[in-house]
Design a protein around this ligand. Structure first.
Ligand code: LLP
Length: 473
């Protein structure tokens, strides 16, 4: 049975009406600067979204700088408020990795978590200090490891194979890690065995997970590392999953990690950092009710402080690595509407000029979104329609049973909450060019990702001579 979303009168109802001076961006469907302008259009960051589409083309990712910065600040300030020890927030850049986003979060004092050579390269291109970069991944290539070590990043070691590779790296690759003067800085990722309610594909902390060491083997791992002079183990890491609304799993995680922390000292390891991962969810629909950034940070900090006090341990440096809750609500995707189709007695389809290539989340995780018509914000909601993408795939549905005013081709449809895992998971399926992205701030729009062109689509293609037109003659 398909449930129909609760009725709203018009798109205006999604406009943020913060009840406090410090609204938590992850609790709003639209960016915090979203407004209605005199033309009844949606405005974000002081820019009319309909004008943005006219200027930059469609579809278009519209990223609001103020909302992103506000989320970064709330994380940092909450750690300062609730944690008496040292803390660091690192942005899980898999949510949206590009140079402008990396530069913004770094300018707010955050570090960055990267999971591939490509993400690392992008962060470096953005001018980030490598010391603030952490390389994750369950199957890092030798190349990626060498690249990160050369730059001076911290490596979050996931498994035995990686640990053994790192310990023998000088012999394996001839890499000059400056072993005597500069050991490789590592953290260990462990699987905490903590369950949380989220989609199976984005749950990572249960024991049957491809990520991290089995905590049952922790003493064996510590012993191995304590015999490796080339490795300096500075911290422990765990991540339980993504789009989580409960606070209890993160509270429990704190307690579990402090137990691991305590054991490290027995092996003489210089572990002083605990990284509790990310995972705080955002509001995609009215029925989503995530805790605020402040509440999440408070829970995590209290859990660590309590556990350390009860064990008589010094406070570690506390690290968190949120992705979605930093950037998810800061962006909307604007599409142009096209053809429509009525299946009598069943449903009405309306279409947009993008779909699963710019937002693969609905087809991958059955994720739900809300949409509004940006050029007629006050128009009364009058129909339930299914918004389909333009891909040759029946499952390419952006929103099932969306409630919209009567729409027509040429309307600008805005899907909300598309900042996380949309651009970063975008593809060229059906050889669609990836959309452009603009950063909006105080009425100014700056292009941060150019729209791909047909030329970009064939840039990597190679046509063997015997297949070329002249070769065929
Ligand atoms: N740290 C680690 C080690 C992670 O694996 C992740 C996310 C994060 C931090 C950030 O989690 P967040 O704060 O964003 O929840 N593509 C999926 C989400 C996959 C999340 C993967 N790991 C989606 O679109 O829902």
């Amino acid at each position: 049975m398909v449930s129909t979303p609760a009725l709203v009168a018009s798109g205006r109802q999604y406009l943020p009406t913060p009840a406090t001076d410090c609204p938590s961006p992850n609790q709003f469907l639209l960016p915090l600067t979203a407004k209605l302008n005199s033309q009844d259009h949606l405005e974000v960051g002081g820019c009319d979204v309909v004008d943005l589409v006219a200027q930059f083309g469609s579809p278009l990712y519209v990223l609001d700088e103020e909302t992103l910065r506000m989320a970064c600040r709330q994380y940092r300030q909450a750690f300062q408020r609730y944690y008496p020890g040292e803390s660091l927030v690192i942005y899980a850049s898999k949510a949206w990795n590009c140079t402008a986003v990396c530069a913004i979060v770094a300018s707010e004092g955050l570090g960055i978590d990267v999971v591939s050579g490509g993400e690392l390269y992008t962060a470096l291109q953005a001018g980030l200090n490598p010391e603030t970069l952490y390389l994750h991944g369950n199957n890092k290539s030798l190349n990626e490891l060498e690249f990160a070590i050369d730059q001076g990043c911290t490596i979050v070691v996931d498994n035995w194979f990686e640990l053994e590779t790192l310990s023998g790296l000088d012999t394996l690759s001839g890499l000059d890690t400056g072993m005597t003067s500069r050991p490789i800085r590592i953290m260990l990722r462990l699987t905490p065995g903590i369950e949380c309610h989220t989609h199976d594909y984005i749950r990572t902390g249960s024991i049957d997970s491809k990520f991290g060491f089995d905590p049952q083997q922790i003493e064996k791992v510590y012993k191995f590392i304590s015999q490796q002079p080339s490795l300096e183990c500075v911290g422990l890491h765990a991540h339980i999953g993504s789009q989580i609304f409960e606070l209890q799993p993160h509270h429990d995680l704190g307690a579990v990690m402090v137990q691991w922390f305590q054991k490290a000292a027995q092996y003489g390891l210089p572990v002083q950092q605990l990284d509790i991962g990310g995972g705080l969810g955002i509001r995609y629909t009215e029925s989503d009710d995530p805790p605020s950034i402040d509440e999440w940070v408070k829970t995590v900090c209290l859990a660590i402080v309590e556990a350390c006090e009860s064990q008589g341990l010094p406070l570690p440096k506390l690290i968190a690595e949120p992705g979605r809750s930093l950037i998810g609500s800061a962006c909307v995707t604007a599409y142009t509407m096209g053809s429509q189709k009525e299946v009598p007695g069943i449903r009405r389809y309306v279409t947009v000029d993008g779909g699963m290539s710019d937002n693969p989340r609905p087809i991958t995780y059955q994720s739900t979104y809300r949409a509004i018509v940006a050029n007629r914000m006050s128009a009364e909601i009058s129909e339930t329609v299914t918004i389909a993408g333009k891909h040759c795939e029946s499952g390419d549905i952006v929103i099932k049973n969306a409630q919209l005013p009567k729409t027509q081709p040429g309307d600008i449809l805005v899907v909300m909450g598309t900042g996380a895992y949309n651009y970063s998971m975008a593809s060229n399926y059906n050889r669609l060019a990836r959309p452009a992205a603009v950063l909006v701030h105080d009425g100014e729009a700056s292009l941060i990702l150019e729209r791909e062109t047909y030329h970009d689509l064939v840039r990597q293609d190679r046509l063997p001579a015997r297949l070329s037109a002249s070769g065929n003659q």
